[in-house]
Design a binder for this molecule. Structure first.
Ligand SMILES: [Zn+2]
Length: 207
């Protein structure tokens, strides 16, 4: 094949590539129909949900039970949980499952399947071919616990502002830290003297 032909061919392939279209059909899970029966909680259309995500009902059930901290079982097309569980909690857990085990992190499509590789489970995307391990994704969706300042400890902070009374202001996670005598823009070691809610006071303990 001459180079010209090759280039022409390549151009055609690129032109007809579906990637040119905007693919943003974010996966829609069938809405779980949840109701209460005596002291149990029922997802009426669980079969539709497991069908939609193409995962084994038992696996999803296991995930839900673990996450919701309750007992329950499959009964035909339904799941019956022990106790009254807020519908919102169930919806959230379902969404969590989908994010962790179904949606491709590259192309956001749900056309994936699970592949066992030794002791790790991988999720493989049929649409774009991406591979990822379940674990790494799980870590991502778990929110980082916010860091806590401690009185008497020293932190490296950058003074971002100067407060009304002339103190330097730094930010650490959810805290606002007032630092006496600090200069805006400087990076300093700050020893925390007092914390009140999300406001902390400290002094410069070094640069
Ligand atoms: Zn994909």
């Amino acid at each position: 094949m001459s180079e010209l032909n090759y280039k022409e061919l390549l151009k055609r392939v690129i032109d007809s590539s579906p990637e040119k279209e905007v693919i943003e059909d974010r996966f829609k899970l069938p809405k779980a129909e949840i109701f209460y029966e005596g002291n149990t909680t029922v997802i009426k259309n669980f079969d539709k949900i497991s069908d939609a995500v193409n995962r084994d009902s038992d696996l999803i059930l296991k995930f839900l039970l673990g996450g919701l901290g309750t007992a329950g079982e499959l009964e035909g097309s339904r799941i019956v949980f022990q106790g009254k569980i807020p519908a919102k909690s169930i919806q959230d857990k379902l969404k969590e499952y989908i994010d962790a085990f179904v949606i491709c992190s590259e192309c956001n499509r749900p056309d994936t399947h699970l592949v066992k590789q030794g002791r790790t489970t991988l999720i493989r995307c049929d649409a774009c071919g991406a591979f990822r391990s379940i674990k790494s994704r799980k870590k991502k969706i778990v929110q980082q616990p916010s860091e806590t300042l401690k009185e008497g400890m020293t932190y490296d902070l950058t003074i971002k502002d100067i407060g009304k009374k002339g103190d330097g202001i730094a930010y650490f996670d959810k805290y606002i830290v007032y630092v006496a005598g600090a200069i805006k823009g400087s990076s300093v070691k700050v020893k925390i003297e007092k914390i009140s809610g999300t406001v902390a006071f400290g002094h410069i303990a070094g640069v």
